[in-house]
Design a protein around this ligand. Structure first.
Ligand code: ADP
Ligand code: MG
Length: 398
């Protein structure tokens, strides 16, 4: 279903007022509020430019942070309006409110080729409650709904789903890319298809593990989550991360892999330390015999070699979750090896998850990856195979 959604290119936008939902939830400096990474704003520029070039007027909408339905001046989108104006080289009007008098007046006066930004939509509690009246007020300002907010498609909010009840709704160019890679490739991957899962917790990724087992030829499991699987298969994991309550689930997944004929590879060795710290003394040990006073903080070199070799013979790779505590140099080698193998494999490669994306960037392989998803939680729910409200509400292709 995901690849069959209409985009801005499938609909006449000329002379129309377009309500464009973006994800401008940018990271900011805790003390100064200065935007530290403009990536999410830059990612929306292709759709904005497309609409401006095609004679549309744009009413931009986003949330920022978690104001929880109250008016918080420190979470104003005004700095984003300023950044956008700099990037576009043209004025971006900023309304003082979201659906109030100022927004209504500005949107009424907006002409083709002009652009405005509404104040933080989560200043209203009706946004997250998906209040139909609020959604209608948003819709009343425009003729068309376009969304590039992939990071929010798993949310059933007024500006991410509810509004589509009142306006023709299509995806923007960024959303189109996400749906193309995550949607098409998961539906119809070139084989062999290898999925790599890591990160800290099994419980964060129950649905992802289960769904990817049904799609992939090979599943590589590393990171903190692997230890619950090692314990489930009888290994001794010392003080490594373990979720006792997920051991039964891990056993089920091991059985599921056998039943479906999926090649499930668990780590065979690990880089272990007595404490969780950047300069902890560390040694490589057999994964099934980790000393009682040690915890595994990275996959070991034998595992990295086995994982790399599986990746190098793949045609499609999907990766979510680092192989170890890559934030510390001593425990970064496993994650680096996997990133390197993906870059060298020539496989179609997709990365979902915030920390995995920052790992490939940190190791300098980002430009070798086919697609790095912009949505953290959203890309995970996509990998779970869930029907997502922010996608389901868009118009289907004829
Ligand atoms: P993503 O954001 O890509 O979905 P996660 O948030 O699930 O990834 O996991 C990332 C975190 O997992 C990182 O901060 C990393 O330090 C941690 N991690 C990976 N391996 C281990 C391990 N063996 N022990 C403890 N933490 C780990
Ligand atoms: Mg994370």
């Amino acid at each position: 279903m995901h690849c069959s959604k209409k985009t801005v290119r499938d609909i006449d936008v000329s002379g129309k007022k377009v309500f464009l939902r973006c994800d401008f939830n940018v990271p900011r400096d805790k003390d100064t509020g200065v935007i530290t990474d403009k990536g999410r704003v830059v990612a929306a520029l292709p759709t904005i430019n497309y609409l401006l070039d095609h004679n549309a007027a744009i009413i931009l909408c986003s949330h920022l942070g978690r104001p929880k339905g109250s008016w918080k001046p420190e979470l104003s989108l005004a700095p984003v309006a300023k950044l956008l104006a700099d990037e576009l080289g043209k004025p971006v009007k900023m309304s003082k409110d979201v659906v109030g008098e100022d927004a209504q007046r500005l949107s009424r006066e907006l002409r083709p080729g002009e652009i405005m930004l509404l104040e933080n939509v989560r200043f209203h509690k009706e946004e997250e409650a998906n209040d139909p009246e609020f959604a209608k007020k948003l819709a009343d300002m425009a003729d068309l709904y376009v969304t590039d907010a992939f990071g929010c498609v798993h949310r059933s909010h007024a500006s991410t789903a509810g509004i589509a009840a009142y306006l023709p709704a299509v995806s923007g160019l960024l959303m189109e890319l996400e749906l193309k890679y995550l949607g098409d490739i998961l539906t119809n991957p070139k084989r062999p298809f290898t999925a790599i899962l890591g990160g800290s917790k099994v419980s964060d990724k129950l649905g992802v593990i289960s769904n990817l087992l049904e799609k992939a030829d090979t599943l590589l499991l590393g990171g903190g989550m692997a230890f619950t699987f090692i314990k489930a298969s009888g290994g001794h994991i010392g003080k490594s991360l373990c979720e006792e309550e997920q051991i039964e689930y891990a056993k089920d997944m091991i059985k599921k892999a056998q039943r479906l004929g999926v090649n499930l590879l668990l780590p065979v060795d690990t880089v272990a330390a007595k404490e969780f710290s950047p300069d902890a003394e560390h040694t490589t040990v057999d994964i099934e015999n980790i000393p009682d006073d040690c915890m595994g903080l990275d996959i070991g070199p034998k595992t990295a070699a086995a994982f790399s070799s599986a990746i190098l013979s793949s045609a499609t790779v999907v990766w979510n979750g680092p192989m170890g505590v890559f934030e510390y140099d001593a425990f970064a080698e496993g994650t680096r090896a996997v990133a390197k193998a993906i870059a060298e494999s020539g496989a179609e490669s997709i990365i979902g998850g915030g920390d995995s994306a920052s790992a490939v960037r940190k190791f300098g392989y980002a430009d070798k990856i086919t697609h790095i998803s912009t949505g953290g939680g959203a890309s995970l729910e996509f990998l779970e195979g869930k029907d997502l409200p922010g996608i389901a509400c868009l118009m289907d292709m004829d």
